[in-house]
Write a protein that binds this ligand. Structure first.
Ligand code: MSP
Length: 521
């Protein structure tokens, strides 16, 4: 049986329009999922939409439609975005799916039965926009204003169902201690630890001031807090909590390997969610990975500054540079670490030119042009395959590339593949096959050099296929390589010598050189 890997994006709110944040998280997950599938793992990649809550109810009212119409309409927009950016998710869950609603009620009932949820009175600082309560300490720190919308926090009292988060203090601290990689990166883990040490309070998990949500079982005046509803998507999509055996058994995908989330929603994922799972005696995910934010042209994105990277501007980049160029930029330059990343037009253009045009594009076209010129476009034979340590040095990068991907270090994983290509460039410059080819006696040597270059590029292309799938397929087709990530044989494809002598190597121009153009947005 193949090993399983499962990865999730947050499920996206349907009351906002998709923007770079959504495309980014979905893309990094996609790269991991594609790579792991190519490695032959049994992968489950989940994304979806978060559709309940007061905000959706209010915007539907404002637009004169029902919340479910609004949810249908906007959820479809998010689904279309996935196609647009070649996201290969295995399922798309909607919190309005009937099965999800039933399963959430099942889990909440179980939590009530186990006394992990109780009915009580609550007073606190409420962020209307975010539908989130803050403690006194936190509210003071925020100067009683929403960190998201800037609106005043309001004092609110409610009779609510509560989750006994306070009783999980020790277990959550132990979890952080025993699994130092449970929250990544390290700086975010430290932040969560700091907050944990302030002490955990019980959290209200129901609302009575609106009705667009899943009713609390047995007390229909209350709807389940949208965050609790939403977090359960990770297990409801896998069929956990279903009374009947689902058609497709996906329980093997729990616990998830990675929940990839933005830094602002880490607390829910790294403290509340594990406590809920503990209360249900369900296994915990392996890692909650919290990325930072994209800013744009040096500043926080905002509609009024005109630097907001919405779907339209992302499509502009795709149209001009190609979808793979956008993926490459997001993955290699994005905020996977603890600091925010700046999306700038100039930087995008420079990265495109340096990595894709000058490195991958130039090297592949150089090698195919020389094979065209000196060997009639047929891959030459290598008279001395072990020469210059190619099999070994490539294997080192392959291993490191795979190991980094497993650790969700996408930047290093891509870097390992690029290192192979850079070495090919250096090798050509050192060996100067174009000079050797002037002497007919040197042709076997030239053949060996070019074979090694093409073979190293073939291997690098397999490692890069998860990040830039469309262009790597174009390369495979020009070089008549029978590579299909769907076969799950990445490891086997990595063996040195996979390129057969005599293979037709056609010329390729993978990434056109472009001028910086101000019209991308
Ligand atoms: N519905 C909740 C998640 C529930 S998961 C059980 C939610 N949805 S969201 O639509 O607002 O979240 C979108 C994701 O986009 C979050 O992970 C968030 O961090 C991310 N981003 C939003 N703006 C972003 C940037 N400027 N940069 C990078 N990602 C950012 O939260």
């Amino acid at each position: 049986m193949a090993e399983t890997r499962s990865i999730t994006t947050p499920i996206y709110y349907v009351n906002a329009h998709p923007h770079i944040g959504h495309v980014y998280t979905s893309t990094v997950c996609d790269v991991y999922a594609r790579f792991e599938r190519f490695l032959g793992r049994d992968v489950f990649f989940l994304t979806g939409t978060d559709e309940h809550g007061q905000k959706v109810e209010t915007s539907a009212r404002e637009q004169g439609i029902s919340p479910s119409e609004l949810a249908d309409r906007n959820s479809a927009v998010f689904r279309d975005v996935l196609d647009l950016f070649s996201i290969s998710n295995d399922d798309f869950i909607r919190t309005t799916d009937a099965h999800h609603e039933q399963q959430v009620q099942f889990f909440v009932q179980r939590l009530i039965d186990r006394d992990a949820i109780y009915l009580g009175e609550f007073e606190g600082w409420y962020d209307k926009g975010q539908e989130e309560y803050y403690t006194e300490t936190k509210a003071r720190e925020l100067e009683y204003k929403s960190p998201i919308s800037g609106q005043d926090l309001v004092r609110a009292t409610e009779q609510n169902y509560y989750f006994r988060l306070s009783s999980f203090q020790d277990r959550i601290e132990e979890l952080y201690e025993e699994q130092p990689d449970f929250v990544r990166p390290q700086a975010r883990r430290n932040e969560m630890l700091g907050r944990l040490r302030e002490g955990l309070n019980d959290v209200p998990i129901s609302r009575t001031n609106f009705s667009w949500g899943i009713p609390v079982p047995g007390n229909e005046e209350h709807v389940i807090y949208v965050w609790i509803d939403a977090l359960f998507n990770y297990v409801t999509a896998l069929g956990l909590g279903l009374e009947e055996e689902p058609e497709e058994n996906r329980s093997r995908f729990w616990p998830a390997d990675y929940h990839i989330v933005g830094k602002e929603i880490l607390w829910f994922h790294s403290v509340i969610w594990p406590a809920v799972l503990m209360a249900l005696d369900l296994p915990l995910p392996r890692c909650i990975y919290a990325h930072s934010f994209w800013i744009s042209e040096g500043q926080k994105m905002s509609k009024s500054l005109g630097n907001f990277i919405d779907l339209e501007s992302l499509e502009g980049y795709c149209n001009r540079y190609g979808g793979d160029a956008l993926r490459w930029y997001l993955v290699t330059q994005g905020p996977l670490g603890a600091t925010d990343a700046d999306f700038s037009r100039q930087h995008f253009h420079d990265v495109y030119t340096t990595d894709l045009v000058n490195t991958i594009g130039n090297c592949t076209s150089r090698v195919s042009a020389m094979i065209g010129k000196y060997f009639d476009g047929l891959a030459p034979a290598d008279p001395d395959p072990s020469s210059d340590g190619w099999p070994e040095s490539t294997a080192v990068h392959v291993e490191a590339c795979i190991a980094s991907m497993e650790e969700f270090d996408l930047v290093d994983s891509c870097e390992q593949a690029m290192a192979i290509i850079r070495r090919v460039d250096v090798y050509i410059n050192e060996k100067e096959p174009f000079k050797l080819a002037k002497n007919p006696d040197s042709m076997p040597e030239v053949g060996g050099i070019l074979y090694r270059c093409a073979e190293a590029l073939r291997i690098a292309s397999c490692l890069l296929a998860a990040a830039i799938p469309e262009r790597m397929e174009a390369l495979w087709s020009s070089w008549n390589l029978d590579i299909d990530p769907g076969r799950g044989n990445l490891q086997a494809s990595m063996n040195w010598g996979g390129l057969a002598a005599g293979t037709k190597i056609e010329k390729v121009a993978l990434f056109p050189r472009l001028e910086l153009d101000d019209s991308t947005d």
